[in-house]
Write a protein of this length. Structure first.
Length: 276
């Protein structure tokens, strides 16, 4: 019923509890989860989860705020992006939140890393998973410069864990991107974000946990899990004045549209079960 479009099940808080996490997902009617890569070093663990479990898929990418890690080349991303059950490129983008005394000019390495991810996504025809924090103008600008304007040949993708302004949401939507909401939208002080949730067209909306971080109310402050993504859906149902089942159906359909390889694999698995 529900799909968690962004989680980090390979992280230490979660990776030793996968059977319990999968059981909790089943009880919460969370059918699938997309496990997100943040470094090339961790990608084998991310990919292994997708290969080992029929309702997990993987992305490949290097988080913009990850330094002192292997810097990805275009070939690094292309090789891994062609592996089975890899359905997207990222997470990637720009993060200027912690400059630690550096100037924006000194963040060119982040911008170049972002461009490499965009080029890999376009060559592979895989969607981008975008992270942007305190850097929305540059994030949108680089996407436009690299041809990500919704035109033919664009990779498209999703702005994950969206916390930006209405103007940024409008720009991302105009460029053909989806908007994903996390547990932050349930926080008491997130009324501006709930306004964005009221604005985003239903056919361009996804839900996620970003677990193990950002657990939604009523679990705020605890370790997050894909099983909690229905709480995000319930909040969206409340602000959109619709049934939570409708939010689940729509966001699942959107996930399948954005990540068609995951949809194909899921259908193939179901066909096998039906045949048996």
């Amino acid at each position: 019923m529900f799909v968690d479009s962004h989680c980090h099940l390979n992280f230490p808080d979660l990776r030793d509890h996968i059977p319990a996490i999968r059981q909790a997902m089943a009880e919460a009617r969370v059918e699938r989860a997309l496990v997100i890569s943040t470094t090339l070093e961790e990608f084998p663990d991310v990919h292994a989860l997708a290969l080992q479990h029929d309702n997990f898929w993987a992305t490949v990418g290097v988080h913009p705020d990850s330094d002192e890690v292997q810097e990805p080349t275009l070939d690094d991303l292309l090789q891994r992006g062609r592996l089975p059950r890899v359905v997207g490129i990222g997470e990637t983008g720009l993060d200027y939140y912690r400059l630690n005394g550096r100037t924006l000019a000194e963040m060119e390495w982040q911008r170049e890393r972002f461009r490499i991810h965009i080029r890999a996504a376009r060559e592979l025809a895989l969607p981008l998973v975008i992270h942007t924090r305190s850097a929305s103008d540059h994030t949108l600008g680089i996407l436009r410069e690299e041809g990500e304007d919704g035109s033919s040949g664009a990779a498209g993708g999703v702005f994950h864990c969206f916390t930006e302004t209405m103007e940024v949401a409008r720009a991302a939507l105009d460029m053909g991107f989806y908007i994903s909401f996390s547990g932050i939208v349930t926080f008491r002080n997130a009324e501006d974000l709930r306004d964005v949730a009221r604005y985003v067209p239903l056919d361009r909306m996804l839900i996620e946990t970003d677990s193990p971080y950002l657990a939604p109310v009523p679990y705020r402050g605890k370790t997050n899990s894909p099983a909690y993504v229905p709480h995000v859906a319930r909040l969206l149902a409340e602000v959109r004045k619709m049934a939570v089942e409708s939010v689940a159906e729509i966001t699942t359909r959107n996930f399948d549209a954005l990540f068609p390889l995951a949809n194909q694999d899921a259908k193939a698995h179901q066909d096998i079960i039906t045949t048996i």
